[in-house]
Design a protein around this ligand. Structure first.
Ligand code: PLP
Length: 402
């Protein structure tokens, strides 16, 4: 199709994006989709031929490239090959899938667990398998796109509440007519801001109003709690989440998503959720890598301690240098820039000095709240973090941010 000749809504959308991207690329301000050429051990990578400190990674415990996890993946390929025989329900299930699901259930303290081929697919499929027309789904305004998409796809009445505002949540719960099914969904740690949900109050409200509670632990698994078990451990609460969702692509250096919960719930999902029934099983190497990673987390508890120390150093140091890091308490550290231009300019300076951070701009965050979204991991050393903070400080001075 000749895009120049037609002028319908589709071509206008494509053209508008083309113009925006061309503008950024011409000014050398396009930083997305940059391929990492090589891991250099620890938290260093080679990008565009330059060695850089990696401050945009979700590998919070520094497990990407861990020898024991790599070995498990290689052994699984040798035993089962590189793919499966199809979907889990038919010929795609392998013993390694069963082992992984048992490992997850044990780690999360539940009766059972189910895995999917991505966290995104998990949220989409699970939310829309649990609620539908006539039901209500209630979601924090800053929840991840995969939650929003799952809520929309479900066809349930979709109510959103002001970010982490428990009065607003209660108002929403009161709005639901008597007897209607209700599901409350929230991130545990918010992916753009790094702040933590008011979990005890959320649990209390769900109980008071008989709502099901689903929590997405993409950024809290391996990050929160003394043994990395997540949000419940962080608040000293036990098994108070009905639907414990997480991803195998962040702290766990693989790919996939999971739900942990009661056996009957998991069995229901296994026979209803379409991403499980109609999409191929996790590849053997990825299932084995994920399974090994949970064991490494338990066997190497120093990683969680080191992440906590590094997080304190990074947030504290950036604040001392005069930056606004918003409400973060975790390894996701927003450095508020304001305008998109400031965020792009600071990213450029950081990259030139060997610090790999990325800008997050509208529409991913509201206009005026553009930021560098830096992450710190257990693989960073204190002197590397100091260096990165000094570079970000210099970048901030150049644009008069601090
Ligand atoms: C990354 C992320 C997902 C999606 O997980 P993938 O496994 O990458 O598809 C879901 N929820 C949140 C909060 C995330 O940050």
């Amino acid at each position: 199709m000749d895009l120049e000749k037609i002028d319908d809504a589709i071509s206008q959308r494509v053209q508008a994006m083309k113009n925006r991207l061309e503008g950024l690329r011409k000014s050398d301000l396009y930083y997305y989709n940059l391929p990492v050429q090589e891991l250099k051990g620890g938290a260093r990578v080679i990008v565009n031929g330059n060695e850089m400190g990696m401050y945009a990674s979700y590998s919070y415990l520094g497990l990407v490239g861990h020898p024991r996890i790599n070995a498990a993946a290689i052994a699984a390929i040798e035993r089962f090959g590189s793919g499966t025989h199809g979907v889990r329900t038919l010929a795609g299930s392998l013993t390694i899938h069963k082992e992984l699901e048992e490992t997850i259930a044990e780690f999360k303290g539940t009766e059972a667990a189910i895995t999917y081929s991505s966290g995104y697919a998990t949220n989409l499929s699970v939310i829309s398998s649990l609620v539908g027309r006539g039901d209500y789904v209630i979601s924090d305004k800053l929840n991840h796109a995969s939650i929003v998409d799952g809520c929309l796809m479900s066809g349930a009445k979709f109510l959103r509440f002001r970010h982490n505002d428990m009065e607003a949540l209660e108002d929403r719960l009161k709005q639901v007519p008597n007897g209607a099914a209700k599901l409350v969904v929230s991130d545990a740690v918010f992916s753009m801001d790094g702040d933590i949900i008011d979990f005890p109050k959320t649990v209390e409200l769900c109980r008071k109003y008989n709502a099901w509670l689903m929590i997405d632990e993409a950024h809290s698994l391996g990050v929160l709690g003394n043994t990395g078990r997540g949000i419940e451990e962080h608040f000293g609460m036990k098994d108070v989440i009905d639907i414990k969702m997480g991803t195998l692509s962040k702290t766990i250096p693989s790919v996939g998503g999971y739900i942990a919960g009661k056996f009957d719930l998991i069995d229901y999902l296994r026979h209803v959720s379409r991403a499980y029934i109609f999409s191929a099983a996790l590849p053997p190497a990825q299932a084995a890598a994920a399974n090994a990673a949970f064991k490494v987390i338990l066997d190497e508890p120093w990683r969680i301690e080191k992440l906590t120390t590094n997080t304190k150093q990074f947030i504290g140091g950036l604040q001392e240098r005069g930056f606004d890091t918003m409400l973060t308490e975790t390894a996701i550290v927003p450095v508020l820039c304001g305008s998109d231009e400031v965020a792009f300019a600071m990213t450029g300076t950081a990259h030139q000095s060997g610090v790999f951070v990325l800008p997050v701009v509208s529409p991913a965050v509201p206009p005026g709240l553009a930021r560098l979204r830096a992450t710190v991991t257990a693989a960073h050393e204190p002197d590397e973090i100091d260096y990165a903070m000094n570079v970000i400080e210099e970048a901030g001075r150049q644009v008069d941010l601090i």
